[in-house]
Design a protein around this ligand. Sequence first.
Ligand SMILES: Cc1cc2nc3c(=O)[nH]c(=O)nc-3n(C[C@H](O)[C@H](O)[C@H](O)COP(=O)(O)OP(=O)(O)OC[C@H]3O[C@@H](n4cnc5c(N)ncnc54)[C@H](O)[C@@H]3O)c2cc1C
Length: 286
Amino acid sequence: MFLPRLVIDASGHRPVFVRRPPKADVAMQAAYGLVGRFSRPPVRPQQMVLMDFRSDHLSPAERQAPPTFLYAMDLGDDVYFVEETSLAYYPAISYEVLQRRLQQRLAYRGIEVTDVQHVEHCLFPAELAAALPWDQPVMGYGGAASLVHPASGYQVGAALRYAPEVAQAICQALSLPGRRPSDVAQAAWGTLWPTDRIRRRNIYLFGLAALLRFDDAQTQRFFAAFFDLPLSHWSGYLSNSLSTNELLRAMLDLFWQASGSVRWSLVASVRGGERLLWHALRGQPV
Ligand SMILES: Cc1cc2nc3c(=O)[nH]c(=O)nc-3n(C[C@H](O)[C@H](O)[C@H](O)COP(=O)(O)OP(=O)(O)OC[C@H]3O[C@@H](n4cnc5c(N)ncnc54)[C@H](O)[C@@H]3O)c2cc1C
């Protein structure tokens, strides 16, 4: 009879086998995008735009709603991808709202869509709790292992980056005699989610909780200060490639560079986020 020595669940954000503590009010990343041709370039040719949070195309009333941003790039041959994105919000921003906002944004800049080649809908959780490594008989990977970066929604890069070290841990655990599948899974979970990575994730979750409280103007001021940080800091923050010390340093720099009202909002969010900060310090999953 075939006995599996390890089961790896890579079935996505709603895993089939990996157990995760239930979490209410999960903030979702939602986006509505188009690939197509336009009456004039929606972004500068050969460029990509990561987050255009400008909201001058919205009425004052519309700016009261949760902020969304443009993610766009030149795909070549006069074809562009434009996507209106809500970084994270509970409940998820609807596709209808995102589509309307994208149309408003383009119309405000005098840009018409002349040819639609593909419509993209995107919806996934931005802040799932880290799966608890120590009591899972099954190993998870990707969305099933909560690898989504809470501050950006990116997951694929991290999944590729961590794969070799996790594979090595699995090989090593399998090479030892008498290891049960749950022992192997535990070794793999421990490698994927070491204390320091859990700590950084909790710091990101804390940052996300602060961001979710910002209104449109605060969001714009926050990101103006964020993208004023040295490139290595903001790109390292978004790609989760900073050490814990570097991450804290970047966050402190951001705090001092931010305007008074953003700084005040960040201070206020500490009051609501004591639990997250406590978990961050201890490196425990939330
Ligand atoms: C439109 C869009 C754009 C995105 N852009 C980005 C981006 O730029 N960068 C980024 O990092 N992330 C992006 N994401 C998020 C990213 O796609 C997900 O985080 C990623 O796909 C999760 O990978 P995964 O392998 O864990 O799960 P999935 O990619 O969801 O793969 C899970 C697989 O398991 C299969 N499966 C599920 N249940 C079962 C079952 N019971 N039996 C057998 N098979 C099963 C599914 O069919 C699927 O093939 C985007 C998502 C969307 C929707």
